[in-house]
Structure formats: structure tokens, C-alpha cells
Design a protein around this ligand. Structure first.
Ligand code: SAM
Length: 308
């Protein structure tokens, strides 16, 4: 979430109002204070009574208790021992207690994530990007995730070709998942309020995931988005890029014991490939996932690779 705040620590009561707990905004501690928003997230999460839910950053437990009411089990990963103590206090002695498993520590440093069906979280904004990609690499794949992010990040996740926010992030995530904007949440709905608004997004991994070589895909996207407003032809005309692709071509040909044609003109080879794909005149910011897949296929078919 975009919980960028000038205030490093803010004293604020917990949701239950039981005691004052200083929130540490460096850890993204911006607590949802409006029960209406918590309920809307729960409703949109459509959790089944058989589901195991992964929540990251339960904080004082405003979302957690509602998740516990719906799910079979909630696994809550929390970095701050003070929040863990608060959450434990909140569920102790209730019927929800034995459905809750708390995993202390930094969720991103955990070697393995446990099995879960669905993830629901008001994420600390610092881990937005790594969290999303790790979620999409999780096996077995979760059914979906309903996550709160900084609004600008959410806009990039959901952006479509031609949108101002359309970026490598949009393409990489939308290759692997169906992404849907669910609702905008104003900064004033949090305590302490961050400096930016937030948004809730639903991410549904494509299952099975597309069968492509990700390092190749990622390498090609990096080049295509070097200047997202320039045509592919002009990007792939750049000397350094031609040189890089020539080196890759030679390395792969060598590894595969293939002869490199004596008259290989890499610039021309790339140009011909772009012509064959009919995408040379396109700009990354207007290209769909299908366009990028078609482009990678055309390059690879002609021995042009982005990863060795
Ligand atoms: C935005 S608050 C959400 C609190 C609560 N779920 C809510 O909605 O009111 C983010 C929470 O994530 C925790 N946190 C921050 N970084 C974390 C990390 N790397 N791993 C696990 N928890 C983290 C913070 O301590 C904080 O409790």
C-alpha cells in the first residue's frame, strides 16, 4: 500500500480501543479504520468455508477477525511482535482462535509459503511488487488474491494498452493473471492516514500458466519498454541492442553446436524478423499481451534470444 507518511510513529488506539499502540509507518502500519471498507473487502473476497486464507500484515486484526468468520483457516504473517500480541489478545478465548495460525516475521524472507487457497491483505506498500510476483510463482496456484495497494501501483497493475500507466509491470502481471480493479479507498480511511490513496485489486492467476520461457520474455520486455513510446523498429535499430542480440545469437549457436552463417547481418536479421511479425511499427505502450507473445515467437523462431 502507498502508506508513505512523514510521521514515522503515530500513537493511535487499536480498533477495539483497548489501548494506545504506536503505529510504525516505516513498516506500512496504516490500519483500516472504517468497518464498511473491511466488510466490502470481505464481501468481494467471496471466501468459502473450506478455504485457507493467507493474510499478510494482520496488524491489530480488523480484517483478520472477519476473515476468520468466513474461512476454514487464516494464516496471518506479521513482522511486528507488538501487532502479533495485539491480534492474539483479540482472538484469545473466542471461537476463532483455533482457526488462526500466526507466522511471525517478514513474509518475503520466508523460504517457503504455506499452502493457501486465497490471499486477502491490506499489504504494506513496500512489498507490493515482490509479493505479487511471488504469489504468481506459488504452487499450487491460489485461486485468487484480493489485495489493497497504493492507488498508483494498482493503476499500473490494471492498465490496458494505450493507458498512461501501461508498463512492464502491467504486461508481466497480466501475462500470468486476470487483474481487476475492485474499489478505490481514500487515505482518510486509514489510521494514521498515508499521503496517498489506495485501491483494492483482484488478481486471478491463469491456471495453467502460459507455457513460455520467462527469462526470454522478461529480457524482451525490458528492451521493448526501454522507450515505451518509440516503435520497436527504432528500439531494435540501436547499436548496443544489435550487439547484445548478436552475442546472444552466437553464444546459443555455439552451445547448440550450430554453425553461424558467415554472412550474418544481425541488423538485417532483426529487421526482417520485425517485418515478418508485422509489429515493427508498433510501440510497447500500445501492444497487447498477444502482440508481445507473437513478437517473442517470431524472434525465437529466427534464433534471436534475450537470455543465455
Ligand atoms: C497496512 S497494515 C495492515 C493492517 C491491517 N491488516 C489492517 O488492514 O488494518 C500492514 C501490516 O503489515 C505488517 N508488515 C509490514 N511489512 C511486513 C512484512 N514484510 N511481512 C509481514 N508483515 C509485514 C505491518 O506490521 C502491518 O501490521
Amino acid at each position: 500500500m502507498g502508506k508513505v507518511s512523514k510521521v514515522k510513529q503515530t500513537k493511535a488506539g487499536t480498533s477495539s480501543g483497548s489501548q494506545a499502540l504506536p503505529f510504525n509507518t516505516d513498516k506500512g502500519q496504516h490500519i483500516l479504520k472504517n468497518p464498511g471498507i473491511v466488510n466490502a473487502i470481505i464481501q468481494k473476497s467471496a471466501i468459502k468455508s473450506t478455504d485457507t486464507v493467507l493474510e499478510v500484515g494482520p496488524g491489530t486484526g480488523n480484517l483478520t477477525v472477519k476473515l476468520l468468520e468466513q474461512a476454514k483457516k487464516v494464516i496471518a504473517c506479521e513482522i511486528d511482535p507488538r501487532m502479533i500480541a495485539e491480534l492474539n489478545k483479540r482472538v484469545m478465548g473466542t471461537h476463532l482462535h483455533n482457526k488462526l495460525e500466526i507466522r511471525p516475521g517478514d513474509v518475503m524472507k520466508a523460504d517457503e509459503w504455506p499452502y493457501f487457497d486465497v490471499s486477502v491483505a491490506n499489504l504494506p506498500y513496500q512489498i507490493s511488487s515482490p509479493f505479487v510476483f511471488r504469489l504468481l510463482l506459488q504452487r499450487p496456484l491460489p485461486r485468487y488474491a484480493v489485495l489493497m495497494f497504493q492507488k498508483e501501483f494498482a493503476d499500473r497493475l490494471t492498465a490496458k494498452p494505450g493507458d498512461k500507466e501501461y508498463s512492464r509491470l502491467s504486461v508481466n502481471v497480466q501475462l500470468l493473471a486476470k487483474v481487476e480493479h475492485l474499489m478505490k479507498v481514500k487515505r482518510t480511511e486509514f489510521r494514521p492516514p498515508p499521503q496517498v490513496d489506495s485501491a483494492v485489486v483482484r488478481i486471478e492467476p491463469k491456471n495453467p500458466p502460459p507455457n513460455i520461457c520467462y527469462p526470454e520474455w522478461e529480457g524482451m520486455l525490458r528492451l521493448a519498454f526501454l522507450r515505451k513510446n518509440k516503435t520497436l523498429s527504432s528500439i531494435f535499430h540501436q547499436k548496443q541492442i544489435i550487439e547484445l542480440l548478436k552475442q546472444n545469437y552466437e553464444a546459443i549457436a555455439k552451445a547448440q553446436n550450430k554453425k553461424i552463417p558467415a554472412d550474418l547481418d544481425m541488423k538485417e536479421h532483426i529487421e526482417n524478423t520485425l517485418n515478418e511479425s508485422e509489429l515493427g511499427g508498433k510501440r510497447a505502450r500500445h501492444m497487447s499481451i498477444e502482440d508481445f507473445l507473437k513478437l517473442l515467437l517470431a524472434f525465437n523462431k529466427n534464433g534471436i534470444h534475450f537470455h543465455v
